[in-house]
Write a protein that binds this ligand. Structure first.
Ligand SMILES: [Zn+2]
Length: 179
């Protein structure tokens, strides 16, 4: 048995009748993606999958929340996630990803949606995400001001066909010193 839950859909078993798959993305899922920002959360995913003449259509809806550090005080905050997207999947030679179309090697016969779910969550987190006014951790906020932390650009979104090599946000090094 694999160490992590499966987020795969067997394309070869899909039919012209819609089939519904549900997944739960929890802390195990976020740890699997080695994310330094999102370590916890609970997002329910429903995928309505259907085989068409030339391709497969996956209607994906995500609802839930993730826990991310507030940009102002770095304390945890809850970020709501509510998103839907339609993915068109085709069989081809090699893995390719272009806007909402994904080419899957026919020899694979399945699509692993873990990375796609993850991408959808990441794009749903606003670039600036902060606690509601007045609810930040004031001690932390003052400490951070002292270190004059510059706001950093969000890391580029990883393509699902690539290896996931992430840089550590330098703020985390600073945070370790503070804590
Ligand atoms: Zn805050």
């Amino acid at each position: 048995m694999s160490k992590f839950a499966s987020y795969k859909i067997d394309l070869e078993n899909l039919t012209e009748n819609s089939q519904i798959f549900d997944f739960e993305l929890n802390s195990e899922f976020f740890k699997m993606n080695n994310d330094v920002e999102i370590e916890q959360g609970n997002v329910k995913v429903i995928v309505v999958a259907q085989k068409k003449i030339q391709n497969f259509v996956l209607k994906i809806s995500l609802e839930g929340y993730v826990i991310v550090p507030c940009d102002r005080c770095l304390d945890d905050m809850q970020q709501l996630i509510s998103y839907s997207e339609t993915l068109t999947v085709k069989f081809g030679e090699n893995f390719e990803e272009d806007a909402n179309t994904v080419i899957i090697p026919e020899s694979d016969g399945y699509i692993d949606l873990a990375c796609f779910f993850y991408q959808m969550i990441v794009v749903n987190i606003p670039i600036k995400h902060v606690h509601q006014s007045g609810t930040c951790n004031i001690t932390m906020e003052k400490q951070l001001e002292k270190y004059s932390v510059q706001s950093l650009d969000r890391q580029d979104i990883i393509s699902c066909g690539e290896k996931n090599d992430k840089k550590i946000d330098p703020r985390w090094e600073k945070l370790k010193e503070i804590k």
